[in-house]
Design a protein around this ligand. Structure first.
Ligand SMILES: Nc1nc2c(ncn2[C@@H]2O[C@H](COP(=O)(O)OP(=O)(O)O)[C@@H](O)[C@H]2O)c(=O)[nH]1
Ligand SMILES: [Mg+2]
Length: 324
């Protein structure tokens, strides 16, 4: 199961209490010697590439940093409470649940944010003979962790267009490829290795249909993953009765725009799949498809056309990386 949004509750540590203690001098005067309390632990959220999902947070949504220790006599300062570090996948956005305010996007390995500071330690009475003070209490907060997947190429398209089959072909993944629509309910990732051993991360999104933006089929929330996409493979169902690849393409573009008007500007290729089937190859081999992007005719079954497709995809991705 894929979890890409989860609520967690965090608590920072309280500051330790300052100490009130006295040393009785030989002249019978009392000298205050109480040490300060330690600081409470912070709650830090950090992106770590070894963490790949938010799934484990479902069972353990509470995170608490330790409190600082009490100050001691003889001016001993209490130990600080250790920070609580929560590791999340790269690509996680951290929101304050109240008002859904963005605290930070943790995009790359090692990005981090102090979500809550620990309380300051109390003051011991060693200073100016004042009375000791309690530590500052820790704070608590509900956060929403929202994971947007990081992939180089996203497969976006109609049900049964062969997205899963293509992912299987390219990565040896076991994504469900079945002859019923909406077999893929959650994003599926796979790694593709190029001829010179570079890797590309591929991601199949659930099927997009005309009306997804209005809640049809599986809706369109999964399109949020496209925020950092570098290339899209748009796939249309070659088997629609009134099949027009250009119409299918336009539907997909409209759905992308409905989610975010910038998404139509993500570089993309149109893929016509299932070219191994005579019905399809007869009607589509020569036909000119009028769309403003490169078109590739492939078969995810036999692999025909896929080598050229991936060469072009690679070029697009590594070229744009050099420019960036
Ligand atoms: N003949 C043929 N069948 C294919 C091809 N690609 C996918 N299929 C079949 O079409 C159906 C839907 O494929 P699937 O990959 O699940 O589509 P998705 O909904 O886009 O993920 C499955 O029965 C696949 O085996 C292809 O290139 N050739
Ligand atoms: Mg699928």
């Amino acid at each position: 199961m894929f979890v890409d949004e989860i609520v967690i509750h965090i608590q920072s540590g309280s500051g330790g209490k300052g100490c009130e203690s006295y040393y009785r001098r030989t002249d019978k005067k009392f000298v205050p010697t109480g040490g300060d309390g330690g600081k409470g632990g912070d709650v830090i959220i950090r992106a770590d590439r070894n963490v790949t999902s938010l799934y484990s947070f479902r069972f353990n949504p509470l995170f608490r940093a330790e409190s600082g220790q009490l100050g001691g006599g003889n001016q001993r300062t209490g130990r600080n409470g250790p920070d609580m570090v929560i590791l999340v996948p790269c690509g996680t956005s951290v929101f304050n649940k109240a008002g859904y305010l963005l605290i930070r996007d943790l995009v790359n390995e090692g990005d981090e944010v102090v979500a809550l500071r620990g309380g300051r330690g109390g003051i011991g009475n060693q200073h100016h003979g004042k009375t000791a003070t309690p530590g500052e209490p820790g704070q608590s907060l509900d956060l929403v962790l929202d994971l947007k997947l990081k992939a180089d190429i996203f497969f976006v398209g109609s049900p049964n267009s062969g997205k899963s089959r293509l992912l299987n072909y390219l990565t040896g993944s076991k994504a469900k490829s079945e002859a019923y629509p909406f077999a893929t309910k959650s994003p599926q990732l796979g790694i593709f290795e190029t001829a010179d051993y570079k890797t590309l991360v591929l991601c199949e999104l659930p099927s997009l249909v005309r009306g997804s933006s209005k809640g049809k089929a599986l809706g369109n929330q999964f399109l949020k993953h496209l925020f950092r996409a570098r290339l899209l493979f748009l796939m249309v169902d070659s088997f629609q009765d009134d099949f027009g690849a250009a119409a299918g393409y336009n539907d997909l573009i409209e759905e992308l725009k409905a989610y975010n008007s910038d998404f139509a500007g993500i570089p993309h290729f149109l893929l016509i799949n299932k070219m191994d089937m005579p019905e399809i190859s007869e009607s589509l081999t020569k036909k000119k498809i009028n769309v403003p992007c490169p078109v590739f005719r492939i078969s995810a079954e036999t692999g025909a056309g896929i080598e050229i497709l991936m060469k072009e995809a690679e070029k697009r991705i590594f070229e744009s990386a050099e420019k960036a």
